[in-house]
Design a protein around this ligand. Structure first.
Ligand code: MTE
Length: 331
């Protein structure tokens, strides 16, 4: 593991020719808001690709807290080589390698069903026509105790929700990841015949959480299309919740009346709940959540141990949604 991270690629500036062309086409179609610091641009190779445009909106976004943070970014290499994607593997270093041929395009579809006026199969291409893509630099805190700072690109989930017009009965959204044994080796049964998790991976949000302006559907990271290991081509980002809520490679969104059961809750109900709000005061049954290891560059163990913040530091924008709730019970 440490060997993988010794190969930190902050100096990898070259981007393959074919990929650059593809990216240019993709990003120039969107009003992409560029707000990398000079060092981050260098780290991600964006100067080399020339694919990103600074725009007038840059100014606006710079002041638009909490959509950005001045904290040091985790390197592009670590963000894309230290992953939790059990459909590929339970190892953190393997998804990058196993996902190298998983490159879904804009013809990827999401089935929108349940309590909505406009159900149907929506292609990512169509969704990108009625949503505005922008950059968000968010902290990601994994329930395991590590964290990163990641520059995502994507659109606010609220834009998609408004478009499909939920009925008054829609109280929650249940999300599902693709289920495909040919794509995901981790979904095949092991030699002993058991599966690591019940598939497909499922997650859920309450409607107000889904509509919160912080909630993002990411389609890119570090100014490039989302790589397979990070949940291509579209995944959820809910920055005040533990990382497992941020479901990858979404193929279904069902608007429902009843609170859905998510995969980790189903698999270990005493350890993982529906809400999964980052909370340093509520320990996991097997470890404390009071602090975290911030992974920035070249070490799996992180270079910095720091206190974990309530709601991962986003309390000002989300705490109201949980007023009056016992957060130790609704963990
Ligand atoms: N989504 C799916 N479908 N499968 C997974 O195994 N892991 C979750 C989440 N989304 C996971 C998933 C966990 S535990 C975390 S911490 C984040 O993805 C990690 O996202 P990253 O690999 O992009 O850092």
């Amino acid at each position: 593991m440490s060997q993988v991270f010794a190969k930190n690629s902050t100096s990898k500036l070259s981007v393959k020719e074919s990929f650059v062309t593809d990216e240019n086409v993709f990003w120039n179609r969107r009003q992409f808001i560029q707000r990398f610091t000079q060092s981050a641009i260098g780290a991600s190779g964006l100067l080399a690709s020339g694919a990103l445009l600074a725009s007038e909106a840059t100014q606006k976004n710079e002041n638009a807290k909490p959509f950005n943070t001045a904290e040091s970014l985790s390197s592009e290499y670590v963000v894309t080589h230290h992953n939790n994607f059990y459909e590929f593997s339970t190892s953190k270093s393997k998804p990058a390698e196993l996902a190298k041929d998983f490159k879904p395009g804009n013809d990827w579809t999401v089935e929108i069903s349940g309590e909505v006026a406009k159900p149907g199969k929506y292609s990512l291409e169509d969704i990108l026509k009625f949503t505005a893509t922008e950059e968000r630099i968010y902290r990601l805190r994994c329930v395991e105790g590590w964290s990163m700072v990641i520059p995502w690109t994507g659109f606010q989930l609220s834009q998609l929700i408004k478009r499909v017009a939920p009925t008054s009965k829609a109280k929650y959204i249940e999300f599902e990841t693709l289920e495909s044994r040919s794509t995901f080796p981790g979904q095949r049964r092991g030699s002993l015949g058991f599966q690591v998790l019940p598939w497909p991976y499922r997650e859920g949000l309450r409607m107000d959480e889904a509509m919160n302006p912080l909630t993002l559907i990411a389609t890119g990271v570090y100014g490039k299309r989302l790589p397979g290991q990070n949940g291509a081509p579209m995944r959820l980002i809910v920055p005040w919740k533990y990382g497992f809520k941020s479901i990858k490679s979404i193929v279904s969104m069902r608007f429902v009346e009843k609170q859905p059961v998510n995969t980790w809750q189903k698999s270990a109900p005493r350890e993982y709940g529906f809400y999964a709000n980052v909370n340093p005061q509520v320990s996991h049954p097997r470890w404390s959540q009071a602090s975290e290891r911030r992974i920035t560059d070249d070490s799996f163990f992180g270079v910095k141990k720091m206190p974990t913040q309530m709601f991962n530091g986003y309390g000002q924008w989300v705490a109201d949604m949980y007023k009056g709730m016992d957060l130790a019970r609704h963990f």
